[in-house]
Write a protein that binds this ligand. Structure first.
Ligand SMILES: O=C(O)CCC(=O)C(=O)O
Ligand SMILES: [Fe+2]
Length: 295
C-alpha cells in the first residue's frame, strides 16, 4: 500500500542548523489523515501476530497473554511483514531528508520500530539510538519518529533532551521496557558526566501524522501514559548512511544474522538503499508495496 509523503520543501539550511544544535527537528505534517488511519489499522493485526506477508518481524517484545499488560508494545522490522507499514518505512522522501540532516551521501534502511503505549502504561527508558548500532561502520543512525495519534504531555509522548546528542555514547539500558529506576536516571548520570546541571526534557506534542527527526546520539524516551482514554501509537524509521558496512568481526546479536560470511557489505534485501542523489534506490522497492506484492 503506497503511503504518500509529500516533498518536505520547508526543511532547508535553517532547519538543518536547528537539527545540528538541538539534535532533533519537529515537522508538523508528514502524512495525511487517510494514510494515518491506514497505518493505524495495521497495529491490531500485527500486534496479534497476524503478518500479511507471512514474514515475522526481527524483534517482538510483547505477546498477548504472555507479557505484562501495562508495558509498551514494541516490535522491529515490520516492513518485511506488513506492506502498509512498509509504505511509510521505505519512503524516499523521509530518506532524502534524513541524508540531508545527517550529512550522508545517501540513505539505507537500518530498521523500523513500532510502538504502542496502551492506556495507563509504563515508561520507555531514555536512551540513545546509536547504542543499537555501535557495531556498524559508521556506527550511527538517524530516526524519523512518526506518531499516529495526537500526542499529549501526560499521554506518554516522546521526550528529547535538547543538545544531548553531543554527549558520549553509552550502552543501551537493560531495563529499557520496564525501568527499574526512574526512566530518566541513566540520562541524568550521562548529563553529569557531560558537565550539564539540570538537563531539560522537552515533550513532543504533535498531531497524528506529524513527525520528529532525531540524531542517533540524542537522549530520548517516553514517560508513562497516564491517560485512561488514549493509546499512543508510533512508527520509527531508523536510517543509516548508504555507505554503512558491517564490521570485519561480530555484528550485533539480532541484525548480525544478515551478515554474509567473509563479506562486510549490507545486503540490500535486508537493508535497502532508500535514497541517493543520483536516483539509485534498491530496485525491488519500485513495486514492493503494491497490494499484491509477493516476497
Ligand atoms: O515511541 C517511543 O516511546 C520510543 C521511540 C524511540 O525510542 C525511537 O523511535 O527511537
Ligand atoms: Fe529510540
Amino acid at each position: 500500500m503506497t503511503i504518500k509523503v509529500p516533498t518536505l520543501s520547508a526543511i532547508g539550511e535553517a532547519e538543518a542548523k536547528q537539527f545540528q544544535d538541538e539534535g532533533y527537528l519537529v515537522v508538523e505534517k508528514l502524512i495525511g489523515e487517510a494514510d494515518v488511519e491506514r497505518i493505524r489499522d495495521r497495529f491490531d493485526p500485527v500486534l496479534a501476530g497476524d503478518f500479511e506477508t507471512g514474514v515475522y518481524p526481527d524483534e517482538w517484545y510483547w505477546r498477548p497473554g504472555m507479557s505484562l499488560p501495562d508495558v509498551t508494545r514494541h516490535m522491529a522490522n515490520l516492513w518485511k511483514s506488513d506492506l502498509t507499514i512498509a509504505g511509510l518505512v521505505v519512503s524516499s522522501e523521509i530518506a532524502r531528508v534524513s541524508a540531508f540532516l545527517a550529512g550522508w551521501p545517501g540513505t539505507r534502511l537500518g530498521q523500523d520500530t513500532l510502538w504502542m503505549k496502551p492506556e495507563l502504561s509504563k515508561e520507555i527508558s531514555l536512551h540513545q539510538d546509536n547504542s543499537f548500532v555501535d557495531f556498524l561502520d559508521p556506527p550511527e543512525m538517524l530516526t524519523c519518529w512518526v506518531p499516529l495519534d495526537d500526542t499529549q504531555i501526560d499521554g506518554g509522548t516522546l521526550e528529547y533532551v535538547p543538545g544531548s546528542h553531543t554527549w558520549d555514547l553509552v550502552p543501551l539500558p537493560r531495563d529499557f521496557h520496564v525501568p527499574e529506576e526512574h526512566y530518566k536516571s541513566k540520562m541524568l548520570v550521562a548529563a553529569e558526566r557531560a558537565g550539564i546541571q539540570n538537563p531539560e526534557t522537552v515533550p513532543i506534542e504533535v498531531k497524528a501524522g506529524g513527525c520528529a527527526f532525531h540524531h542517533g546520539n540524542i537522549w530520548h524516551g517516553s514517560g508513562p501514559n497516564q491517560r485512561s482514554d488514549i493509546v499512543r501509537r508510533s512508527i520509527g524509521v531508523h536510517a543509516v548512511s548508504s555507505v554503512t558496512k558491517f564490521p570485519e568481526e561480530g555484528a550485533g546479536y539480532i541484525y548480525g544474522r544478515y551478515k554474509r560470511i567473509g563479506d562486510v557489505s549490507m545486503d540490500e534485501s535486508f537493508f535497502p538503499v532508500l535514497w541517493t542523489p543520483d536516483g539509485y534506490r534498491t530496485p525491488f522497492l519500485a513495486d514492493y508495496c503494491a497490494e499484491m506484492a509477493v516476497l
